[in-house]
Design a binder for this molecule. Structure first.
Ligand code: C5P
Length: 298
């Protein structure tokens, strides 16, 4: 049997750093949003656990979160089943779009189905948290608030649907270095964006506190953000720690027109157009389904 699972990207519509914690991580209050740019995993029954990736820039060994997710799920379920996994990348790696984390979440959901495991969402969230701060979000999708390291997820009502222009510079930025440059004060108890539970997406500020540090590391990022602003973006921000810069537009058509104008100016970055993806559509499109004949390994 072979199953296919779609793994979507995210942007951070808002990202507030509340302070540096004693464990070295930063306490965040962030607003995640899935967009319809995706990777595709095909999972086939097999003796051993293997991974093939079509993007040479992405490691296919034990550093890949997909293999680490598979191993963690096997351990949790105390089984020794195998899977031949192929990963087709559509999400640029190392760009703050959550591609690796989304792949890990898709692997958890897909392998649970392939192996017929009786494992609940709370367990997948626990496994995901150990893999990376962004993984639990991709078990929910849509619009959601992330607190703690970003791993504590509160699903929120969908933010209004928008067209998205992504500017992908030919370089990445180091997440650890961006956080390291912040010089954020130690965490104090106060400062959360909202103390209400389930605040609407509109309560989150148009702000990414990682932007100044990322733009200090790569000044080019500020120029890209200004390009989006000048093209009429409703909001133009760095996603996560970058290096992707995104602009929100009223709809996909407007986003496409802005992307064309930006492209003709020779922006020095790859340009992609996407749409925000609400939770219902995310759920429907990430449900594991039978793979097309010839997809993955048989
Ligand atoms: O969670 P992830 O592996 O992406 O984190 C990479 C690095 O970014 C961490 O080692 C840490 O230095 C920094 N980080 C942080 N606070 C967070 C998330 C990441 O300081 N909430």
């Amino acid at each position: 049997m072979s199953l296919a699972v779609e793994a979507f990207a995210k942007v951070n519509l808002s990202l507030v750093v509340l302070g540096r914690r004693d464990d070295g991580f930063h306490e965040l209050d962030t607003l995640f949003q899935t967009i319809d740019l995706s990777d595709r995993l095909v999972l086939s029954e097999a003796e051993g656990l293997t991974l093939e990736v079509d993007d040479p820039a992405v490691p296919a060994d034990g550093r890949n979160l997909v293999l680490r997710a598979a191993e963690a799920l096997r351990e949790e379920a105390r089984i020794s089943r195998g899977a031949a996994i192929t990963l087709r990348k559509g999400i640029p790696a190392g760009g703050g779009l959550g591609g690796g984390s989304s792949d890990a979440a898709a692997a958890l959901v897909g392998l649970r189905a392939l192996w017929g495991l009786d494992v609940g969402l709370a367990t997948l969230e626990r496994i995901g948290t150990a893999l990376g701060s962004d993984v639990p979000f991709f078990l929910h999708g849509g619009t959601a608030r992330g607190t703690g390291r970003g791993e504590r997820i509160e699903p929120l009502p969908d933010a209004p649907s928008r067209g998205v222009v992504l500017l992908l510079p030919p370089f990445g930025v180091s997440t650890a270095e961006v956080f390291g440059r912040l010089g954020a004060p130690r965490l104090t108890a106060s400062g959360a964006v909202s103390n209400l539970s389930n605040p609407g997406p509109e309560r989150f500020p148009d702000r990414n506190d990682l932007e100044p540090a990322a733009e200090a590391q790569a000044p080019e990022l500020r120029r890209l953000r200004m390009l989006l602003q000048d093209a009429g973006a409703l909001r133009a921000r760095l996603s996560g720690s970058g290096s992707t810069v995104f602009g929100l537009f009223p709809d996909v058509e407007t986003a496409r027109a802005a992307a064309d104008r930006i492209m003709s100016a020779g922006p020095g970055a790859r340009v992609r157009v996407a749409a925000t993806l609400g939770r219902d559509e995310f759920r429907a499109r990430t449900a594991p389904r039978g793979a097309e004949p010839g997809e993955g390994r048989s």
